[in-house]
Design a binder for this molecule. Sequence first.
Ligand code: GSH
Length: 221
Amino acid sequence: MTNLTLYGESNWVSPWVLHAMVALEEKQLPYELQLVPLPIPTGQRAEFEDHAVLGRVPILRHGDVWISESLAISEYLAETFPIPNHPRIFPADLVERARARQVMSMLRTSLFALREARPTSSVFAVTKHNTTNNDATPLSPAASADAAELIRVATRLVQPGAISMFAHWCIADIDLGLALMRLVANNDSLPAPLATYARAQFARPSAQVYLRNVPDAASVG
Ligand SMILES: N[C@@H](CCC(=O)N[C@@H](CS)C(=O)NCC(=O)O)C(=O)O
């Protein structure tokens, strides 16, 4: 009995809840799912802050331990449920692990213009149905610059034809895949191998669990 609960949000537009859910699924851990609306109601937020210090979802509850921040959650799961009993989600190689953390940190702290122009609400619902948006407005100069930077970084890290950054899939692949799907889902230009890599992340059973829950017309994000 693992006694795990994941707190997510009921619009299904959070890249960070996606990250935590994929980590749980890839670790093959049973968990209960609890959804809260966004914005999080005051009383619920106070309870989250009381237990988890930071009151934003995703939050993982493991018995009496409450952890927020998606990256802290996947690190906690990796260390609490290690190999060989549970699949690896961080690279074994220390340099690759550092690189994975570097990418995940970058994706949480930059590309804001692209994230605003291509919100997850424009990604998840169409990705679920293997379609794309035909009516996306052109990217602003700032969003285009973010897209160029994202493509530069991804081209450095993903070999043509590869469906993971390193020899084995790791948790950073879902984050980089989602970032690239912001372009794929909106018919923005990007190199074909990167589009293939991005789609491969969402084809994983772990990501499909998230996508299955996405409403057909997600409207917030
Ligand atoms: N850096 C955090 C971001 C978490 C975050 O921004 N969560 C949003 C949902 S995507 C939230 O809980 N917002 C609270 C609110 O809007 O009331 C992480 O990686 O988990």
